[in-house]
Design a protein around this ligand. Sequence first.
Ligand SMILES: [Zn+2]
Length: 250
Amino acid sequence: MEIKWVDTHCHLQLLNKNLDENHYKNIEFLIIPGVDVESSSKAKEISSSLEVESYWSAGLHPHDAKLLDTQKHDLERLFVEADLIGETGLDFYRNLSTKEEQRENFLFHLEFSKQLNKPIIIHCRDSFQDTYDLLVEFNNPSSVILHSWTGGRKWTKRFRELDVYFSISGIVTYETARDLQLSVQEIPINRLLLETDTPYLTPMPLKGEDNRPNFIEHTASKISSLLDIDEKKLSEITIRNSRELLKRQS
Ligand SMILES: [Zn+2]
């Protein structure tokens, strides 16, 4: 039997092609995150029609934080129905919205995650200190997922004190990701998750193609060798972790 994986971050609604069952053949279940009102509504729609078990989230990406005022009302409505909140967070690498706009947007999501007791999906790029400070300040008791984690050892050790989940994407398979590869060992094994970030971040050796849920096995295989545990075991652990984080909601 094929080993199964949970793809905790998979933007199926941003793909321009429909997938067939082969693209889900090794998937236990998946999570479809929204990045704005439209894509969150689409995530909901896809999730309800997909054959494979799936969950969806509503959120406004830090790149578009400047749209918060116009999207707020619809997002609040979607938050109530969604399984998770996000993706949100801070991206100080591209700074497509100002830092202040991103902060306000992030706090808005944190507020609802706490109030509705739903897990929150966080995008954290070149913003480790600020993300850390806001999480400490906000003291959110719901599950926190750091999606496509890229922190090195130092930040992994600091964030693990906050009992967050670290979701690892195809970046870990890139030769340039030495720091991330070293930091995987610092992640508590019960806080480790996997994702594709479809259609982005395609793992080696398929980099260059649009990413797909089934490509997650390349990322899994890399992590299994970094951690020196077999894939069957890694599959069991990450499936358990993924179910656990969803269960923590009320
Ligand atoms: Zn994303």
